[in-house]
Design a protein around this ligand. Structure first.
Ligand code: MN
Length: 229
């Protein structure tokens, strides 16, 4: 067996307390999943029947401590602090009551957005893909296995930039819980081991610039540090 071009490397995330790496297949991001942030976007919240979902490139992963080159084509780069669900088992039409059995663990993630480009896409009714999917757009901490920390339902989630707080919320304020997200998403697309799901951000994401140091934290899960370069 040979390949016509070099085979891409499988993107991976670290697993806390383990040498094993977590191979990443797809990266989903759920939008407007905290009431206060849904209001400030002016786009409203989830419509009650399904969460709003985007896809990010798995090869956009950046690990804890990594550098993020400021992306081209934007003048307004917003990091959104989010809890990330890492899938350990796949499935379609997973019932909410069984959904957490499919979860391998949880991580701290920054969902990076080209906010100015996003506004322009909305105005001109263009696809949002390149506002949200670009190189280095999904930094993720080490994954904490649920076998070790359980399934968080509350706890502070915050981000500081150069030591100053930018966003703060609580996991208890998620509109769609991880179990509901897994159930709903698995009804729209088959989930597989290695899928990551970003669960939305609290209110207040604001732009960062080159040289900024970002620190994200979620109680019971951990920390994520990156630098914009
Ligand atoms: Mn987001």
């Amino acid at each position: 067996m040979s390949y016509a071009v070099p085979v891409p490397v499988v993107p991976t995330a670290r697993v806390a307390g383990s040498e094993a790496l977590f191979p990443v297949r797809r990266v989903y991001t759920v939008g407007r999943n905290y009431v206060a942030h849904a209001r400030e976007t002016g786009l409203g919240g989830s419509d009650g029947s399904r969460p709003g979902v985007s896809l990010r490139p798995a090869d956009g992963l950046v690990a804890e401590g990594g550098d993020i080159p400021y992306p081209p084509g934007t003048a307004e780069l917003d990091p959104e602090i989010e809890m990330v669900v890492a899938m350990g088992r796949g499935g379609s039409d997973i019932p909410p009551a069984r959904a957490l059995e499919h979860v391998f663990g949880y991580a701290v993630g920054f969902d990076l957005i080209r906010r100015d480009v996003l506004r322009d896409c909305i105005k001109h009714q263009h696809s949002w893909d390149l506002c949200k999917s670009f190189d280095h757009s999904v930094p993720v901490s080490a994954i904490q296995p649920a076998a070790r920390i359980g399934h968080p339902t509350r706890g502070a989630i915050w981000i500081t930039v150069n030591g100053a707080e930018r966003q703060r919320g609580d996991l208890a304020d998620l509109i769609w819980s991880p179990a509901e997200i897994v159930a709903r998403l698995s009804a729209l697309a088959r989930l597989e081991p290695g899928d990551l799901i970003f669960t939305g951000t609290p209110k207040g994401p604001r732009a960062v610039v080159r040289g900024d140091r970002l620190h994200g934290h979620i109680d019971g899960i951990g920390n994520l540090h990156v630098r914009i370069v």
